[in-house]
Design a protein. Structure first.
Ligand SMILES: CC(C)(COP(=O)(O)OP(=O)(O)OC[C@H]1O[C@@H](n2cnc3c(N)ncnc32)[C@H](O)[C@@H]1OP(=O)(O)O)[C@@H](O)C(=O)NCCC(=O)NCCS
Length: 163
């Protein structure tokens, strides 16, 4: 799956996927203005997963593209229809895009500790769990949940595993 770069016309799709019931437990939501500013700026890249007929199937947002230390962040990734095998393939493609198109040394992310599916997908692609950020995420009901910090170093990534 070769992802394509998003255009402003993709923002409604990205916002619709962000707002799929259940996704809010694991990802943050941005307004149209926040997306438009990030998409237009130099620090973010938006990648769109496409299905067999070219229809959008998911999205990923990278941030910190100009980090001088080469720490590029997978800020957000979500599929329109999770659990069908597309997300793992998309993550592989997003990782390949990141190491192929940026000076990333370390590709990192936070994942909600209870997000077992996402943690499984990251671990299966060699992302290491670096630590736990206790009570780091404030939920809508005022409770707090832990985040897990994960990363993949360039030398741990193989283009072969990204096909
Ligand atoms: C995380 C996400 C992008 C993964 O994409 P996906 O299309 O669902 O993933 P896939 O179907 O390709 O693969 C899911 C894998 O998780 C496994 N899995 C499913 N539910 C699981 C669970 N509760 N615990 C552990 N593993 C689980 C599946 O068996 C599969 O692994 P396998 O290929 O080794 O059998 C997608 O689920 C999503 O959009 N989730 C909501 C938003 C989100 O959580 N984003 C990540 C924020 S860090």
């Amino acid at each position: 799956m070769a992802p394509r770069l998003a255009t402003p016309a993709d923002i409604p799709f990205v916002m619709a996927v962000e707002r799929i019931p259940g996704h809010d437990a694991y990802i943050n939501l941005w307004t149209e203005e926040q997306h438009a500013a990030a998409l237009a700026g130099p620090d973010h890249a938006y990648l769109i997963a496409t299905g067999p007929d070219g229809e959008p199937a998911g999205f990923a947002i990278l941030s910190d593209l100009r980090d001088p230390h080469g720490n590029i962040c997978l800020k957000r990734i979500a599929m329109a229809a999770p659990g069908r095998g597309l997300g793992a393939a998309f993550l592989r493609a997003v990782t390949a895009w990141t190491f192929g198109n940026t000076a990333a040394h370390r590709f990192w992310l936070y994942v909600v500790a209870s997000n077992d599916r996402a943690r499984h997908v990251y671990r299966a692609q060699n992302f290491a769990e670096e630590g736990i950020l206790r009570e780091a995420r404030l939920e809508a009901d005022g409770t707090r949940t832990a985040l897990i910090l994960m990363s993949l170093l360039r030398r741990e990534w193989s283009p072969e595993t990204s096909r």
